[in-house]
Design a protein around this ligand. Sequence first.
Ligand code: CDP
Ligand code: CDP
Length: 215
Amino acid sequence: MIVAIDGPAASGKGTLARRIAAHYGLRHLDSGVLYRAVALRMIAQGQDLADAEAAARAARDIDPADLEDPALRSRRTGEGASIVSAVPAVRAALLDFQRRFAAEPPGAVIDGRDIGTVICPDAEVKLFVIASAEERARRRALELTNRGEPVDEAAILADIKARDDRDMNRLTAPLKPADDAVLVDTTTLDAETAFLAAVAVIEARLTAGRTAASG
Ligand code: CDP
Ligand code: CDP
């Protein structure tokens, strides 16, 4: 089984993906890490993130050790990821890795922006997770507060809106729900309630699949 989970920043897709993977015994890939690793590699080498050729080279050079760097989670890396991810050659260089991950038994939960539309268009289950920009900014602010870092909520909200705008309006693999995706709005749902809602969707899909196969 492949579960594709897409949605904007801080919608709760990563939290949901980890819980679903644990519940069904599937492997989990946070595809955002791949784009973050490209940005981080460029930042480390002092390259201009807007240089599409350098970004494509960095994407082809990514190796598994790059995916473990704690600096991947920083705000700057997330911003950088949303810049390099608009380059078609970057997306092309990262496609195979994701498809191979999805194809390995026993199946996978992959979260990102284009998993249901481009990477795994035949996924058995597709979820599109959303939440209001204000709620997403509140969640990111809370994460910073919990880490003892300074918080500027207005700046976080502006970041989130800028990232939504770039991700939804790029020409290659823009953020949008697949035609057969089920929308999960987590604005007023805690992680546990969102998980239970997602399991209900998955169980319904599995039952429908079994009925179709036996009928
Ligand atoms: O965790 P958060 O939602 O903040 O970001 P992320 O999932 O780590 O993704 C960082 C950036 O990578 C996003 O803003 C997208 O521009 C890009 N990305 C993408 O283009 N396609 C994906 N499948 C995953 C991430
Ligand atoms: O992966 P994505 O960027 O979409 O979001 P996340 O990292 O799963 O969630 C962002 C933050 O919101 C985390 O601190 C989660 O604990 C929190 N969260 C929440 O408050 N309510 C949910 N339903 C899901 C996540």
